[in-house]
Structure formats: C-alpha cells, structure tokens
Design a protein around this ligand. Structure first.
Ligand code: PAF
Length: 286
C-alpha cells in the first residue's frame, strides 16, 4: 500500500498540483483522523480526479483556555489510514506556511451564525475557522471541499463565507459518522476515559429523545428541549453548555417548530468538550 506523499510547504504543494490534471477534492482536517474523516476522503475520491487532505491544528480557532496543546496529533498514523483509500496528497503545513510573517487578515462571518451557540461559547472560534479555511482554499484551489455535519454551525459559517466572498468552491456537506452506540465520531473522543466515554452517549440519546418527540407531532420548542435536557441531566458529571432547538438556516432559537428544525447540543465531560446535533421533523408540514 502506497503512503500518500507528505507535503509540508505550499510551494511544493503548488508544484505537485500544477503537475497533475483534473478536479481537486479537498478534505481539510486537524488530523487524528477517524472513520468520519475517512468517509469524507472516500467521497472526495469518488467525485474528483485528485484528493488533497490537509492536517493542520489551527491555533487561531482555539480559545485561551481551550485544548490546543492537548489536541491529539499523530501524522504518521494519519498517513497510514489514508493509504488504503487510494491516491491522495497529505498536506501538513507548519504555522509559518499558513500564516506567513506579516499575515494580518481575519475573516469574520456576521449575523446570527457568528453570534449564537458555538460562537457564543467560543468567542473568536469561527473567525479562526473562516480565516484558515479561506487561506487553505487559496493554497489548494479545490473544486469541491468536504465537511462533516457534526460541526453543523461550522458548515453554515463556511457556506456563508463562500457565498459572500464568491469563492469558487462547491461545499459538500457529509453526514455525521457514529460509533456503534451512537456517539458522534470526534478526535476528542480519544481523550475520554472509559467511564466518560460511556456517559458521552447521553448527547446522542438526548438528541434522539427530542427527535422522537418531534416525530410524534410535538411542535413546542421548550418541550422538545426539555426532553433532551432530561436525558443530559441524568448523566452524572456531564455539564450542559447548551441544548437548543433552532432554525436550520439562522440557528436562532425557535418557539415552535414548523416542519424542520435542528436540535444542537454542547456538553463537557471533565475537560473534554463534545458537540452533536440532529435534524428534527414534525410531521404534517411540507
Ligand atoms: O473541522 C475541523 O477539523 C476544522 O475546524 C477545520 C475545518 C479543518 C479548520 O481548521
């Protein structure tokens, strides 16, 4: 099995990309690859002549008290995981490649997307994400870019940025990949000890409780939230940052669900922060 070429500098990446032909599918990641990332790479492989996977733990999207230093890093393992999926380029730039000396631009998506839920709990996070994604798009120049919907708000923020700036990249949202017990795959899961790993399933169970109630025709967002909160409160040691029933486009909280809504949650278990979401459908609406 051939390991993908590991490219560190944007100059070498440019050289390699110019030497080839055909559409580029791009999977931006922060490494510690898991089955969720691999599903994005497989899809990118199916839909493009060439695939670039970036691994860059972006310092600007972590808050001061967040887990940048502890974020798992294992580039050799990432490379091995990519090998069986077919040819790809592994782009793992250093901080100085992504943010060269003098770099002084920040991309900020405004409106409710830049204000609520993750944006409220992680000030500056989406500025870091939008800026690094814009920068990586400039370096890779992909036709399509693949994002997992576990980070639903991130997807909406990046979509807004691409629309507003007219970036010529087709964004491909991909379904959340889950462990057999339902826990959404995340690089942070590997920092959970066995007890907390078990408790972490409360997030998906809470979302499913809310979705089941919506499926029975409940339109009241407070009641849909209460159903989720009951499950989260039953998990000892789990701290809820938010459990919200929100409009799928603006992410503003709803009072009543008309048709489709999103339930989104963020919780901490010890020092590990987990997020997840699910789409809610109340029957009887087109
Ligand atoms: O979702 C992630 O892994 C990161 O936020 C991304 C999109 C790679 C930007 O650093």
């Amino acid at each position: 099995v051939n390991l993908p070429p590991l490219v560190r500098s944007s100059r070498n990446l440019g050289r390699l990309l110019r030497a080839g032909r055909g559409s580029i599918g791009f999977v931006p990641t922060m490494g510690a690859l898991h089955a969720g990332h691999l599903s994005l790479v497989r899809r990118a492989r199916r839909e493009n002549a060439r695939v670039v996977v970036s691994v860059f733990v972006n310092p600007t999207q972590f808050g001061q008290r967040e887990d940048f230093a502890k974020y798992p890093r294992d580039l050799a393992a990432d490379r091995r995981l990519l090998a069986p999926l077919g040819p790809s380029i592994l782009f793992a730039p250093g901080v100085g490649e992504v943010y060269p000396r003098g770099f002084d631009t920040t991309v900020r998506v405004g409106g409710s997307l830049g204000r609520v839920l993750e944006a409220a709990w992680r000030p500056g996070h989406f500025e870091g994400v939008a800026t690094v994604v814009a920068r990586l798009f400039a370096l890779v120049a992909p036709r399509r870019a693949y994002f997992g919907l576990k980070d639903y708000q991130q997807f909406l923020v990046i979509r807004r940025m691409c629309l507003d700036l007219g970036l010529p990249v087709e964004l491909v949202p991909c379904p959340t990949v889950r462990e057999t017990d339902g826990l959404a795959m995340s690089s942070r899961n590997r920092r959970l000890d066995a007890r907390r790993r078990f408790l972490a399933t409360a997030l998906v169970r809470a979302l499913l409780a809310s979705a089941a109630l919506a499926g029975q025709g409940e339109r009241s967002a407070p009641r849909l939230k209460a159903a989720g909160m009951r499950v989260l409160r039953a998990a000892p040691g789990l701290k809820v940052q938010y459990f919200e029933v929100a409009d799928p486009e603006t992410l503003l909280p709803l009072r009543r669900v008309r048709g489709r809504a999103m339930a989104l949650t963020a919780c901490t278990l010890g020092r590990v922060r987990l997020i997840d979401n699910i789409s809610l459908m109340v029957p009887g609406h087109a």
